[in-house]
Design a protein around this ligand. Structure first.
Ligand code: ADP
Ligand code: MG
Length: 613
């Protein structure tokens, strides 16, 4: 098998040749402590960088067995290693730019100043969330880093010596610093893995305890700035503290803190209806946003690492302008003006939904795919969707109002459909009567004001009449029609790809995901794009589910997708067909939730559905 020297020799030979000749280095090379797979070579210095894998046998890596003993530990360890490899890249670059004069030419091109992406090395490590991702693959026998490298060039000529230094000298150093236990910080690595396992243990306890969320004492909820996801400085932030009446304890598999406790106190949010009230700027939205983010585990030091939310929690907001296809929103909106058909909103479509219809569609779609936990904030809700007060009810008769406001459905959502809501509402007391728990934020401190709020609701009637016309039913399921997922652009090639976190290009359509608050990472967006393609090609026909002549519902499609991802890993999204095998760099992917995959499908302008059987 070719070794590092063979690679060095080829690069010697390629020096000064046209960039295309880099194609000759594709293949596998055995280094001393790892195998290098060069899977894809970029076509020119400006194209997306080349895709390489570095595979280290486990006996070389020496990663402690204890940190690999169950799936959640492996997920956390892989996430940690991606970060440590990224740190190694940064550290390496820093030491190079500080190099002596003799190294000047080295440091120039290494820091990426050749043409295009020359000399750049990249690994797709995460942000504040800990996600399953393709950047690091762990098997019992080896650990593999999937990286991207800009092969060095001057103009369009190969810089063979630079490439040698990069691939033959620098990569081994990065492997040592980033993947080998002998060079890794074992303490932080263990703490990281244990912290993530603790978070998942809390998530498991939620269900059995009748809770949908847990906010630990001591958590730092606010972020550094509106545009940043890192925690506010400890000197400025007020740490969370649960009111006594709502405090509960959870058990942890691994010790935390200096005293090594295995129990954590915090505020438990029960199933049912929880209202978060308080004056403007007192920290209400910050608490809700922490719960939104709590569907994912977070890194130690995030401040929200012990804020844990049921994994099906969905942020619901108004999203005017979004496209809606065939959604049964009649529980919230019926008898639209000018439409004689009272059943029109049982299958509602719009290419430009209003604030209230979009919010209704967002709720119904969440229920349709099985979510039982809704998170809402007055800041991002449509006012007329949330409530119609007594005075407005007097002025505008019920028969002229298509909207049944959320306040008149929120109880039924829980009592009939087992759907819980957490709602930030500082501006309207009409929800006091329907809430099970009312938490007040005052100077960033949480207070239990349930009793006071209920008393006010009893003593001072809001004067409102309840407006639901008929009992709430579970929304009808829809089947997405595969034929309408057109990946080609006219007669041109297929194009399904992501642009950053917020945009997917699907054939001729650009799909706007900006308002999916719980889409955490651009690599999730990439994965969603591929998941949509896979689902439309292989799942929506129903063959894999043993359905003959009826198309599966969207929820069934998402079940099947989850099963494939559980079984085959994210690599399944890189294959032409599920179940087939391929061994190559799968691209930079992170696992999305079914909620976000479903949300993306639901926002397609070309989506067509029919009622599912
Ligand atoms: P509300 O929704 O009640 O109007 P926000 O949650 O938007 O308030 O918070 C207002 C401001 O206070 C934000 O800038 C936020 O970063 C800051 N903040 C929120 N919680 C805390 C806290 N625990 N400690 C310090 N600052 C906080
Ligand atoms: Mg707010």
């Amino acid at each position: 098998m070719a070794d590092a020297q063979a690679l060095a020799d080829i690069l010697d030979r390629l020096d000064g040749r046209g960039y295309k000749s880099y194609g000759e280095i594709r293949g596998r090379f055995e280094f001393q402590r790892f195998g290098l797979f060069i899977d894809r070579v970029q076509a020119d210095p400006f194209a997306s960088p080349s895709k390489l894998r570095l595979r280290v046998p486990m006996h070389e890596a020496g990663l402690p067995e204890a940190l690999r003993k169950n799936p959640i530990r492996r997920l956390a360890l892989a996430d940690f290693l991606a970060r440590s490899f990224r740190d190694a890249i940064f550290a390496e670059r820093k030491s190079l730019t500080r190099g002596s004069a003799g190294q000047a030419s080295r440091s120039r091109s290494r820091s990426g100043s050749g043409s295009g992406k020359s000399g750049k090395i990249f690994i797709d490590a995460g942000g504040q969330e800990v996600l399953e991702r393709t950047a690091i693959k762990l098997t019992p026998d080896w650990v593999e880093a999937r990286i991207e490298v800009g092969l060095p060039a001057a103009g369009r000529r190969i810089l063979g010596r630079e490439a040698q230094r990069l691939l033959v000298e620098e990569l081994p150093q990065l492997v040592e610093a980033g993947l080998l236990a002998e060079h890794l910080a074992l303490g932080p690595m263990q703490a990281f893995v244990e912290c993530v396992e603790n978070q998942e243990a809390i998530r498991e306890q939620l269900e059995g305890s009748g809770w949908l969320g847990f906010v630990a004492d001591g958590a730092i909820l606010p972020r550094a700035t509106g545009a940043s996801d890192i925690p506010m400085a400890e000197s400025e932030a007020v740490r969370f503290h649960s009111p006594e009446s709502l405090a509960q304890e959870v058990n942890l598999p691994n010790p935390v803190g200096q005293e090594g406790r295995r129990r954590l106190r915090g505020m438990a949010i029960r199933h049912g209806i929880t209202l978060i009230v308080g004056g403007g700027y007192h920290g209400k939205s910050t608490l809700l946003r922490a719960l939104e983010a709590g569907v994912y585990p977070h890194i130690p030091g995030d401040g929200r690492e012990y804020v844990v939310t049921a994994s099906d929690g969905v942020k619901i907001r108004a999203e005017d302008g979004r496209s809606v296809s065939g959604v049964d929103i009649h529980a919230f909106i019926d008898s639209l003006p000018g439409k004689n058909d009272p059943n029109q909103t049982r299958s509602f479509s719009s290419s430009d939904a209003s604030g209230s219809t979009s919010q209704a569609a967002n709720i119904v779609e969440a229920l349709e795919i099985g979510s039982r936990t809704l998170l809402l904030d007055e800041d991002t809700s449509a006012t007329n969707f949330m409530v119609r007060d007594a005075r407005m009810q007097q002025l505008v008769a019920r028969e002229h109002e298509p909207i049944t406001p959320f306040v008149d459905r929120i109880r039924e959502l829980h009592d009939r459909l087992d759907v819980s809501s957490v709602l930030v509402m500082g501006g309207c007391g009409d929800y006091f009567g329907v809430a099970d728990t009312v938490v007040m934020m005052r100077d960033y401190e949480a207070l239990d004001v349930t009793r006071e709020a209920h008393q006010i609701a009893e003593e001072a009637s809001s004067g409102r009449a309840q407006e639901a016309r008929a009992a709430l039913e579970a929304p009808a399921a829809r089947s997405p029609l595969a034929d309408h997922f057109v990946a080609s652009r006219g007669r041109r090639d297929e194009n399904v790809s992501a642009r950053g976190r917020e945009l997917i290009l699907y054939g001729e359509e650009s799909l706007d995901l900006r308002y999916l608050a719980q889409l955490a990472d651009a690599s999730q967006t990439r994965a969603i794009a591929r998941a949509m393609r896979l689902a439309s090609l292989h799942l929506m026909g129903g063959e894999r589910m043993g359905l003959r002549d009826s198309a599966p519902s969207l929820s069934q499609v998402l079940d099947a997708l989850d099963a494939i991802l559980d079984e085959e890993g994210l690599e399944a999204l890189d294959r032409a067909e599920p179940g087939t095998r391929s061994e190559r760099h799968p691209g930079n992917l992170a696992r999305p939730r079914r909620q976000e995959i479903g949300a993306a499908i639901n926002r397609m302008r070309s989506l067509k559905t029919r009622p599912a059987r």
